[in-house]
Design a protein around this ligand. Structure first.
Ligand code: UT7
Length: 327
């Protein structure tokens, strides 16, 4: 009998501080109307008080454990998708596992930028499907404010901080992670990356002065790739699983730009009410967007519902995952 990985609990965490468009108007040359019209974002959350990404990930993970009613010592593996780890090393997943007391687990990070959560979810599902593990915690967490230049109107209007987490467990029912279609193209690096602080260009006084530790994004170029590839891969996963638009309960899209989400839904033939959306409140939390959507919309989901999770991000990375809701 085939074993699949089912999502059995969802958690989320958002920092209290709200950075709204009006406050951004005072920081850079922009208007709230422009931001809302071009991106759909009205406000985003910012993590303060010297806390790191692992703090948010651990909060989301704790909620997962509480909802599922299990102890952290039952977790076999913790995977954290992030591009804003607390440290360059060790992995943020190590810190989350320690913070929640997952003493019997091993843990590692996945770096796939905005596609991080669907990469991590797919990776985690394989450890369940092979029978290697019984409980895998998949976290998507990013403190984007730690690498955003709040003087750069091209990037500071988009990003926010947040985390979500899910628990994967085995099921023999026709449910769980059903299929995944993931892709990457490293030639896209030049359009969206952090120039300094890595092995190619280590941190120095000069790189700090040149603002090379902040996110560099050519918005238009990224938009063009995102809008076609995210829509195409979502359409393909429907096709190869024989799903019509009527069969899909929700598109769960990465929240980067409302216009990219709309194009994706249109390609899939889905009306607005079948699209999970919270970009207006949280902006782009990178690895956090998809699990935070599941977290917020969970009460609208029923066992057997077909979901298509889709993302596009730095790398470039992109992909879609077909999930049949198992709860
Ligand atoms: O999640 C990871 C992947 N990232 C993405 O998917 C992001 C994809 N890109 C985008 O979402 C959009 O490209 C942005 C939101 C970043 C920018 O929107 P856009 O519609 O592509 O704007 P643009 O860069 O083409 O700029 C249009 C105009 C320019 O002015 P001119 O040259 O036409 O006079 C910009 O200077 O808008 C100007 N502009 C702004 N104006 C007010 C750019 N940013 C702003 C701003 N406020 N914040």
């Amino acid at each position: 009998m085939k074993i699949r990985a089912a999502i059995t609990a969802v958690g989320g965490y958002l920092p209290d501080y709200v950075l709204n468009n009006e406050e951004l108007e005072k920081m850079v040359d922009t208007t709230s109307a422009w931001i809302t019209e071009r991106t759909g974002i009205q406000e985003r959350r910012i993590l303060k008080n010297g806390l790191g990404t692992s703090f948010m990930g651990a909060q989301a993970a704790q909620e997962v454990l509480a909802k599922r009613g299990i102890g952290a010592d039952e977790i076999d593996l913790v995977i954290c998708a992030t591009v804003t780890g607390d440290y360059k090393f060790p992995a943020t997943a190590n810190l989350i596992a320690d913070a929640i007391g997952a003493v019997n687990s091993w843990s590692f990070d996945v770096n796939a930028a905005c596609s991080g959560f669907i990469y991590a979810l797919t990776t985690g599902s394989k450890f369940i499907e092979t029978g290697a593990h019984k409980k895998v915690l998949v976290v998507g967490a990013d403190k984007m404010s730690s690498m955003i230049d709040y003087g750069d109107r091209n990037t500071c209007i988009i990003f926010g901080d947040g985390a979500g987490a899910v628990l994967l467990e085995p099921t023999t029912e026709e449910a769980g992670i059903m299929d995944a279609l993931l892709q990457s193209d490293g030639s896209g690096c030049k359009h969206l990356f952090q120039a300094a602080g890595g092995a190619r260009k280590e941190a120095s006084v000069r790189t700090v002065r040149n603002l090379e530790h902040y996110v560099y994004q050519e918005g238009k170029a990224v938009f063009k790739f995102a809008v076609t590839n995210m829509a195409e891969v979502s359409y393909q996963i429907m096709q190869r699983n024989g799903l019509s638009s009527d069969d899909v309960k929700f598109l769960v899209p990465h929240q980067a730009n409302k216009r990219i989400i709309d194009a994706c839904a249109q390609r899939m033939g889905l009306p607005e009410e079948k699209v999970m959306l919270n970009i207006q409140k949280y902006g782009n939390t990178t690895s956090g967007t998809i699990p935070l959507c599941l977290w917020e919309y969970q009460s609208q989901l029923q066992k057997g519902d077909n979901l298509v999770l889709a993302a596009f991000g730095g790398g470039f990375t992109w992909g879609a995952v077909y999930v049949k809701w198992a709860l």
